[in-house]
Design a protein around this ligand. Structure first.
Ligand SMILES: NC(=O)c1ccc[n+]([C@@H]2O[C@H](COP(=O)([O-])OP(=O)(O)OC[C@H]3O[C@@H](n4cnc5c(N)ncnc54)[C@H](O)[C@@H]3O)[C@@H](O)[C@H]2O)c1
Length: 343
């Protein structure tokens, strides 16, 4: 087994779901912070190796294992070949929209991913589990920002899977005296977030602006979320791992600010200097109405402060998707240019 001392430098770190949005940014940061070795486990359900280009540039030996983590036998074999591992950051999960079509599959897969990792922790195949949950466990906010002390209120089977996974991790930590913690991010955004099927609101808004497509408001657009830029989220995750007092705790990661979806649309329109076509549809079943995170615990455990304003984060995100669209269109433009010249 690896060491339970909570440092990044010199450690072998395994990131599940590392080819996804949040995982790939975490890996970029872990490499820069001096991890000795980083291993990614991802079955590419939504992730892509393209998200790991920068990390591979900075760490030649970055290893990617294309394994389904919910399959305990495959994971045992994968870990056996890897030798000593210090910490697992668990970000692998099926996303919320899957649970609306296939609730059993979504709940079952998310639970099995977590129970496999709990078992491997109990078997001392690695020393520390940093489990990534979600603010969706709280449901909608009433009067006060959502705190870790609030009761959970899962509105969907996806949220129920997250609640169950959190309970499982904490129960293993208590029963078997293991080193584990649960992190609850609110709405994280930034470059590389999945922008097509299953996408969350922000990449959809930017894509609608770039493609002149119609954005659908579900309800009146007054629903709110607590948006945090991905670089700030990753710094918070690393700060919590480094803090020994986070052992056995559940900690929110958020900006502490609330933004309505209609205001987010207006901000994107202002930054992109164009208006986004929109339509108003019926509210979605079990949609969360309001969210804002209470980050008192995060701040009391670490010296973390958000560094990126919403405008700065949106600007970086817009630039990423604009570049991605330009890259996708370049071959077509080259053909068009060639045809035009050839004629
Ligand atoms: N992005 C957010 O705003 C946000 C907010 C709260 C919580 N989270 C949590 O953070 C984690 C990462 O989120 P994300 O936005 O990066 O999502 P993502 O979909 O981009 O990343 C998840 C990754 O897990 C992989 N995966 C799924 N099932 C797998 C399996 N059985 N075996 C191996 N790999 C599998 C996917 O291929 C994907 O690369 C998730 O657990 C999510 O619930 C994200």
């Amino acid at each position: 087994m690896g060491s339970a001392s909570r440092e990044i430098e010199g450690k072998h770190i395994l990131v599940t779901g590392g080819a996804g949005f949040l995982g790939s940014h975490l890996i970029d940061a872990l490499v820069l912070e001096g991890a000795r070795r980083v291993t990614v486990v991802d079955n590419l359900y939504l992730g892509t190796p393209a998200n790991l280009v920068a990390a591979r540039r900075n760490m030649g030996g970055l290893q990617i294992l294309y394994v389904d983590i919910s399959d305990v036998r495959s994971m045992r074999e994968a870990l056996f070949d890897l030798g000593s591992i210090d910490v697992v950051f668990n970000l692998a999960a099926l996303p919320l929209p899957i649970c609306l079509e296939q609730p059993h599959y979504c709940f079952d897969t998310n639970m099995r991913i977590t129970s496999v990792l709990c078992e491997l922790l109990r078997e001392k195949r690695y020393a520390t589990l940093v489990h990534v949950s979600s603010s969706c466990v709280y449901g909608s906010m009433q009067a006060h920002p959502l705190s870790e002390k609030d009761a959970v209120n899962p509105l969907t089977p996806y949220a129920a899977s997250k609640v169950s996974c959190d309970s499982l991790v904490l129960s293993y930590a208590r029963t078997f005296d293991l080193d584990a913690l649960v992190i609850r991010p609110f709405s994280i955004y930034g470059p590389r977030q999945y922008a097509r099927q299953y996408a969350t609101v922000l990449p959809v808004l930017i894509r609608c602006a770039l493609e002149d497509a119609v954005f659908s408001f579900f309800g009146d657009g007054k629903q709110s979320r607590d948006f945090l830029f991905v670089a700030d989220a990753v710094r918070a995750m690393i700060a919590l791992y480094r803090c020994a007092d986070s052992r056995g705790q559940t900690v929110n990661i958020a900006s502490g600010r609330e933004t309505q979806i209609k205001d987010l649309k207006a901000k994107i329109e202002e930054l992109m200097k164009k208006s986004i076509l929109c339509e108003y549809c019926e509210p979605r079943v079990c949609d969360i109405d309001r969210q804002r995170g209470d980050i008192t615990l995060l701040k009391s455990l670490t010296d973390w402060e958000p560094q990126v304003t919403l405008d700065e984060g949106l600007q970086q995100t817009i630039e990423f998707y604009t570049q991605q669209m330009d890259d996708a269109q370049r071959p077509q433009r080259m053909v068009a240019l060639h045809d035009a010249r050839g004629r």
